[in-house]
Ligand binder design. Structure first.
Ligand code: NAD
Ligand code: UDP
Length: 312
């Protein structure tokens, strides 16, 4: 049994991670400032003797004794991370230094939740880990993209300079139950719009692509990466099946049975045109990891979650 710190533990991915670690028998310290996290995501764990919740912001140092750290704290949806861009950068830089300092003092292994956004609007397709990316350093997404790139650099330099055990996971678009219905990401927007019979807001012409990974597949890959000894990463974790946003509206109409129309609205600046992970390294290092849940099945579970949460 290990003591594991999950920062951002009340968020979408973090709360599922807390569940899995508790199920496995670990002691979990869930740390969150509740910027985008929700108490409802973790309330079922309160009272479990192996679960502890701390309201804290990683931009400030914290002293704990832990064996492993999963650093997931950072808003993930473009609307949320652009709400206070300077805070977003601080979370990925000052917050990262604080978590690396904690890992160094405790001799703990630390996994950093990086992102496909480090590739920016990619010029190569699919994206492999050795691609350096195409990021606008002064654009509206830069607070997130560049913050995450600095975080990777910090991790690598702590590894080289202090022999710290680091793991870098580059997460591609992930969805599933507990995604905040108001966070502005495409799957939460389309499903809630479809369930309410409102128009589905496709940004631009809808030809841009994303590759959507179901949350349980992602977490399986994340935990395998943390617990293997062969690579620090970065390793891409995502589902290689690529969809345009228009195809996504069709799938959501099929799953919800909604008759919502599509309405086209302006494409946000610097919106990446295509995104698809190359998962060769994940298969190689993570015991042949690959996604198991196809988009239709994953959407069905996500729709069921929103129906219950929103009484729709
Ligand atoms: P989320 O917004 O649901 O969760 C982030 C959590 O971090 C929230 O609970 C929030 O309150 C907390 N947080 C934010 N800033 C904090 C701070 N300064 N101190 C303490 N807590 C803070 O998002 P998510 O989808 O669960 O994403 C989790 C992590 O995975 C993020 O680091 C994100 O960048 C990364 N990621 C997610 C995706 C995805 O598709 N979900 C893709 C790529 C990367
Ligand atoms: N998008 C859309 N309608 C929405 C929300 C998003 O068409 O209501 C598009 C967005 O322009 C992007 C894709 O869906 O091309 C994925 O957006 P999201 O915010 O989920 O994640 P991103 O991959 O851009 O960080």
């Amino acid at each position: 049994m290990a003591t594991i710190l999950v920062t951002g533990g009340a968020g979408f991915l973090g709360s599922h991670l807390c569940d899995r670690l508790i199920e496995r028998g670990d002691e979990v310290i869930c740390l969150d400032n509740f910027f985008t996290g929700k108490k409802r995501n973790i309330e079922h764990l309160i009272g479990n003797p192996r679960f502890e919740l701390i309201r804290h912001d990683i931009v400030h140092p914290i002293f704990l004794e832990v064996d492993q750290i999963y650093n997931l704290a950072c808003p993930a949806s473009p609307e949320a991370y652009q709400y206070n861009p300077i805070k977003t950068i601080k979370t990925s830089t000052v917050g990262m230094v604080n978590m690396l300092g904690l890992a160094k003092r405790c001799k703990a292994r630390i996994l950093q939740a990086s992102t496909s956004e480090v590739y920016g609007d990619p010029e190569i397709h699919p994206q492999q880990e050795d691609y350096w990316g195409h990021v606008n350093p002064i654009g509206p997404r830069s607070c997130y993209d560049e913050g995450k790139r600095v975080a990777e650099s910090l991790c690598m330099n702590y590894h080289i300079s202090h022999n710290l055990e680091i793991r870098l996971i580059r997460i591609f678009n992930t969805y599933g139950p507990r995604m905040d219905p108001n966070d502005g990401r495409v799957i939460s927007n389309f499903i809630t719009q479809a369930l309410r019979g409102e128009p589905m807001t496709v940004y631009g012409d809808g030809s841009q692509t994303r590759s959507f990974c179901f949350v349980h597949d992602l977490l399986e890959g994340m935990m395998r990466l943390m617990d293997q000894d062969e690579t620090t990463g970065p390793v891409n974790i995502g589902n290689p099946t690529e969809n345009t946003m228009l195809e996504l509206t069709e799938k959501i109409i099929e799953v919800t049975g909604s008759s919502s129309p599509v309405s086209h609205v302006e494409l946000p600046k610097d919106d990446p045109k295509q995104r698809q992970p190359d998962i060769t390294l994940a298969k190689k290092y993570l015991n042949n990891w690959e996604p198991q849940v196809d988009l239709k099945k994953g959407l069905e579970q996500t729709v069921a979650y929103y129906k219950e949460l929103l009484n729709l």
